[in-house]
Design a protein around this ligand. Structure first.
Ligand SMILES: Nc1nc2c(ncn2[C@@H]2O[C@H](COP(=O)(O)OP(=O)(O)OP(=O)(O)O)[C@@H](O)[C@H]2O)c(=O)[nH]1
Ligand SMILES: [K+]
Ligand SMILES: [Mg+2]
Length: 404
């Protein structure tokens, strides 16, 4: 029996089993069995490199966004609109057969947008190009799930299930469960609060299913069996997802309003060019990119070319910033001067651990080098730059006046 058949069989058994206190251990065990099989399913076949079939597109820019959706929801139309790169669009399904990259220029950064073939129910088990599409979406920073506003709301659930089946967790944070395998000592099970979904016995059973007999488990929230399995599997990818409802030109205003009010959702129309700026703003926000402008000593900051950092990819500290500029720079840095949202006063003297925020300005002060203006006190008395009020003032550069 193949892996998919085994999964189907267990799913059928779960559907047959009534949910109650007496069956919860058995159901938990079945869930773990399915999770293990799904992980097996994800292992690339021997001798293959994973995605394959022209789907490996070189990463480019400061972040990567994948367009995931059923066929003919308008993914390719959207890529063409946002990037200017042409991707064939047509009224028949599966027009796009491979991965097509484009570049969005936004807020002085470059974001790689990937158009992908449509996926359908069963994609996680290899239907259509599901496996390749999913591999590419895992390689991206966020997902735009493109949906046809005129079609069933159920599509969103189906796609979410497909992505969950391969270990993607959309708009969720990792469960607050500490888990560490040990060599000896048995299993220690603890929690910082009273649990309503999992007890010691159930936890033991799940661990047993994974042949884990020595481990430390600490629940820091009232997590579920699924959460526990996610933590044990350890291969889940937590990603932001924006639900993009396209084609609002063909539905009524009441329906548009309902869709627009859902969390993490944007309603658009490619045909009428409606709300695309809102989509870009949401996408940007979800990516959490941090632009840092460097200010050479004695000169105005260079506002044309930010160093782009990200908390998810590499971190946003002063140290990350320095390493971004040059990997040997760090040993010469005495401290840095920071202007912007992360600074309490301008300029703030900061060490390597200081966490930078979007649109901060940084001047590096090297060892054996005098800082700007000959000293902190004097510099401070000259710095009158007002803190930027988001959304009211323009970007920091316009309201920013650094005395040099
Ligand atoms: N009414 C309307 N139609 C749209 C809109 N955007 C795209 N379409 C149409 O929807 C059809 C499918 O568009 P595509 O861009 O090919 O969709 P896709 O998701 O890339 O499709 P596949 O590559 O086949 O998965 C085309 O006929 C488009 O013209 C829109 O905002 N409103
Ligand atoms: K199409
Ligand atoms: Mg397409």
């Amino acid at each position: 029996m193949g892996i998919i058949e085994k999964i189907k069989e267990i799913e059928a058994e779960m559907a047959r089993t009534q949910k109650n206190k007496a069956t919860e251990y058995h159901l938990g065990q079945l869930k773990a069995k399915i999770a293990k099989l799904r992980t097996q399913l994800l292992e690339p076949p021997k001798g293959s490199s994973g995605a394959g079939d022209g789907f490996e597109v070189t990463k480019f820019g400061h972040g990567r966004v994948a367009l995931i959706g059923f066929p003919s929801v308008g993914k390719s139309t959207l890529l063409t609109m946002l990037t200017g790169t042409h991707s064939e669009a047509a009224s028949y399904e599966f027009t796009t057969l491979t991965c097509i990259p484009g570049i969005i220029h936004y807020n002085d950064t470059k974001i790689q947008l990937l158009d992908l073939p449509g996926i359908i129910e069963g994609a996680s088990e290899g239907k259509g190009r599901g496996r390749q599409v999913i591999a590419v979406s895992k390689s991206s920073d966020i997902v735009l799930m493109v949906l046809d506003a005129s079609k069933s709301e159920g599509h969103r659930q189906i796609l979410t299930k497909e992505l969950e089946a391969v270990g993607l967790r959309l708009n969720k944070r990792p469960p607050q469960i500490y888990f560490k395998k040990k060599k000896t000592g048995g299993i220690s099970f603890n929690s910082t609060l009273s649990l309503t979904h999992v007890d010691e016995k159930l936890c033991y059973q799940i661990l047993h299913e994974y042949k884990i007999h020595n481990a430390e488990v600490l629940f820091r929230e009232d997590a579920t069996v699924d959460d526990l399995i996610d933590v044990i599997e350890g291969n889940r990818k937590y990603m932001k997802c924006i639900y993009v409802y396209n084609k609002i030109d063909v539905i009524g205003i009441d329906d548009v309003d309902k869709l627009a009010r859902q969390p993490n959702s944007v309603v658009i129309s490619c045909n009428l060019k409606l709300n695309l700026d809102r989509l870009l703003a949401k996408m940007w926000e979800a990516m959490g990119l941090v632009r840092v402008y460097t200010k050479p000593q004695g000169q105005q900051p260079d506002f044309s070319d930010p160093v782009v950092l990200s908390a998810d990819r590499g971190g946003c500290t002063v140290e990350d910033f320095c390493n971004h500029i040059h990997r040997n720079l760090i040993k010469d840095v005495k401290y840095v001067l920071v202007w912007g949202i992360s600074a309490r006063h301008y300029p703030q003297h900061c060490g390597l651990g200081h966490v930078l925020q979007d649109e901060d300005v940084v001047q590096i002060v090297k060892k054996k080098e005098r800082e700007d203006g000959g000293g902190r006190g004097r510099f401070k008395s000259h710095s009158t730059a007002p803190a930027r009020i988001r959304g009211v003032h323009g970007p920091v550069r316009s309201g920013f006046n650094i005395k040099i």
